[in-house]
Design a binder for this molecule. Structure first.
Ligand code: ATP
Ligand code: MG
Length: 475
C-alpha cells in the first residue's frame, strides 16, 4: 500500500485519470500489520456519472490489529467516498496511521520507498495500472482476412456471416478509444453455428492483442432473466441494497476483464428492464446497476467489450426475404431485412436500433454438415485421446443418413458421432493407439493406424476438409 500511502499530487492525478469509469486492481498489496494474509488485492474506482469513488479490498482478510479504520475497511471489503480527493485523504491519513504505529516499524517505507526520493511516476504502480486499463492508448490492427480464414475453418457454410464478423471485430479493435462496445446480433435457425462462432472468437484473438491481453468469454442465457428481480444477479445490486458489494455475473466479469465477448443468448426472452439497462451500456459504454433502478450503483466500463445477441425469431422469414432479394452478403440489405422482421416479431425498436451489425446464419447444406461431422469426429476422438487424421467418407455418410434431415442443424449429427463411434474410439484408447488413426467404414467401425499410402487423409477425402483455405473474403 505504500504507493498509495506516500503518493504525491502527480501520482494521484495519474491514478485518477485511469480509474474514472473503471476499476483498476492492484495485486498483492501489503495489508495493515496484524492482517492474515499479509497481502491482498486492492481496487480503485471512480464512477464517471457522479465522481463518487470506492476503495475495494479483497474479501477474506482477517485483521487482529488495533486500527478501527482498517477493521471497518477489511470487514466491509470496500469504502465509499463522495469523490476521489476524499478517498485520497482517507488513504493518506486514516489508513496510513495503521501502518505507522510504533509497533509497526517493520512496515515503514524503506529508504527507496520514501516519498522524497521517489519520482512521481513511481508512486503509483503505473505499469500494473496500464495492464488493467480498459482503454489502451494504442489501437490493435489485426489481419481481418487472417481472422476470416480462421473463422471459416471452424464455422462451416456461413462464409457471409463470418466475413461480417471478422470485419466488425477488426474495426472494433482498430479503435484507439471506442466510445461503446461492439454490438452484433446473430440470427438464424437452431444449431447452425451462432453460439459456436462467438465461443471460438477469444481463442482466435489470442496472440493478436498487445501486451498479452486476452479476450474473455461469457455466455448468458437470457431465458434465465425473464423476471425483473433477476437484474441484480446480472448487473449487481445498487448502493445501499443487499448484496451491493457482491457484484454480479456480467459486471464482475467485465470488471475483471473489460475485454470480454458477451453472448446474450435468446435476447427476446429477457425482461424489458434488463434490456433497458443493456441499452444504456450500448449507448454510454458503461454498465451500471443504477440504470435499472435509479439508485446509485457500480459502474463498469464496457467500451472494449463485444456484445453478441442471438435470436431464432422469424429466422424463416428473414432467410426467405434475403433469398427473394438475392441479398445474402449485402450488408445494408441484410440490415434492413433483419430490422423489419425483428420489429414485426415484437423486438423493441430501441434495441434493434442499437445493433451495429446483423449476422444471418443459413440452414446448413449437406456439404457443410459433412464438414462439421468430420471436424466433430476429430474433436470427439481427442476427448478419448485418439488422434484421428483420416476418416472413410462412408462413415460420415452413415452419420448423415442416420440424422434427421433438416431443421435441427448440426446438433443431432454431433450426438450421433458418440453413439456410432464411441465404442471404436474407446477401444482404440484402451489399446493405446498412439499413432495417427484412420476411422474405417463399418459397422462395426474400427480405428486403425493411419496408412498414408492406402487411405484418404483428411486433406483429400470428399468428406472433409479440415483446413481447406477459402477464397479471400470480400464485402
Ligand atoms: N456452421 C457450423 N460450423 C461448425 N460447427 C457447427 C456449425 N453449426 C453448428 N455447429 C456445431 O453444432 C453445435 C450447435 O451449434 P450452435 O450452438 O452454434 O447452434 P446455434 O446456432 O447457437 O443454435 P441455437 O439457436 O439452438 O442456440 C455446436 O457444437 C457447433 O460446434
Ligand atoms: Mg445458440
Amino acid at each position: 500500500m505504500w504507493q498509495f500511502l506516500i503518493g504525491g499530487d502527480s501520482a494521484f492525478a495519474a491514478l485518477k485519470e485511469r480509474v474514472i469509469g473503471a476499476c483498476v486492481v492492484f495485486q498483492q498489496q501489503p495489508m495493515p500489520p496484524g492482517s492474515t494474509p499479509t497481502t491482498a488485492r486492492v481496487g480503485v474506482e471512480v464512477r464517471a456519472a457522479d465522481g463518487t469513488a470506492t476503495l475495494f479490498v479483497e474479501r477474506g482478510v482477517q485483521y487482529a490489529g488495533p486500527s478501527d479504520a482498517a477493521r471497518r475497511w477489511l470487514a466491509d471489503g470496500h469504502i465509499e467516498f463522495d469523490n476521489f480527493d476524499q478517498m485520497r485523504q482517507w488513504i493518506q491519513v486514516d489508513l496510513k496511521a495503521c501502518y505507522t504505529s510504533p509497533a509497526d516499524s517493520q512496515t515503514r517505507p524503506t529508504r527507496r520507498e520514501d516519498s522524497s526520493t521517489l519520482a512521481a511516476g513511481e508512486l503509483t504502480d503505473l505499469r500494473a495500472v496500464d495492464r488493467q486499463l480498459p482503454r489502451g492508448p494504442t489501437a490493435t490492427n489485426i489481419d481481418e482476412n487472417g481472422l476470416f480464414q480462421q473463422l471459416v475453418r471452424r464455422i462451416r457454410g456461413q462464409d457471409d456471416a463470418m466475413g461480417l464478423l471478422a470485419k466488425q471485430v477488426h474495426r472494433h479493435l482498430a479503435r484507439r478509444t471506442p466510445r461503446r462496445p461492439s454490438t452484433l446480433m446473430a440470427l438464424g435457425p437452431t444449431g447452425v453455428g451462432k453460439t459456436a462462432s462467438a465461443e471460438c472468437l477469444p481463442a482466435m484473438l489470442q496472440g493478436r492483442l498487445p501486451d498479452g491481453a486476452q479476450y474473455g468469454y461469457l455466455r448468458l442465457d437470457m431465458s434465465e432473466y425473464q423476471e425483473r428481480h433477476r437484474i441484480s444477479q446480472l448487473l449487481g445490486a445498487p448502493q445501499g441494497y443487499l448484496g451491493y458489494d457482491e457484484g454480479a455475473q456480467l459486471t464482475n466479469t467485465l470488471r475483471l476483464n473489460p475485454r470480454t465477448i458477451v453472448l446474450f443468448d435468446e435476447i427476446e426472452k429477457a425482461h424489458p428492464d434488463i434490456l433497458r439497462a443493456l441499452m444504456n451500456a450500448m449507448d454510454a459504454g458503461r454498465l451500471s446497476s443504477a440504470s435499472a433502478t435509479g439508485a446509485a450503483g457500480h459502474e463498469i466500463d464496457c467500451r472494449r467489450a463485444m456484445f453478441i445477441f442471438t435470436s431464432n425469431l422469424d429466422a424463416g422469414g428473414i432467410l426467405q426475404d434475403l433469398k427473394t432479394r438475392n441479398a445474402f452478403g449485402h450488408r445494408s440489405a441484410v440490415d434492413a431485412v433483419c430490422r423489419n422482421r425483428l420489429r414485426a416479431a415484437g423486438v423493441a425498436p430501441e434495441l434493434i436500433g442499437r445493433i451495429g451489425c446483423f449476422l444471418v446464419f443459413r440452414p446448413l447444406d449437406r456439404e457443410a454438415r459433412a464438414e462439421i461431422v468430420t471436424l466433430a469426429i476429430t474433436r470427439v476422438a481427442e476427448e478419448y485421446g485418439v488422434r484421428v487424421t483420416g476418416i472413410d467418407p462412408t462413415v460420415v455418410a452413415d452419420i448423415l443418413k442416420a440424422s434427421p434431415d433438416e431443421g435441427f442443424g448440426a446438433r443431432p449429427d454431433e450426438y450421433l458421432i458418440d453413439e456410432l463411434l464411441g465404442s471404436c474410439l474407446a477401444e482404440a484408447a484402451a489399446a493405446g493407439l498412439e499413432q495417427p488413426a484412420l476411422v474405417e467404414a463399418g459397422p462395426p467401425y474400427r480405428c486403425v493406424p493411419f496408412d498414408s499410402r492406402a487411405a484418404l487423409s483428411l486433406d483429400q477425402s470428399d468428406a472433409t476438409l479440415g483446413d481447406k483455405p477459402r477464397k479471400e473474403h470480400q464485402m
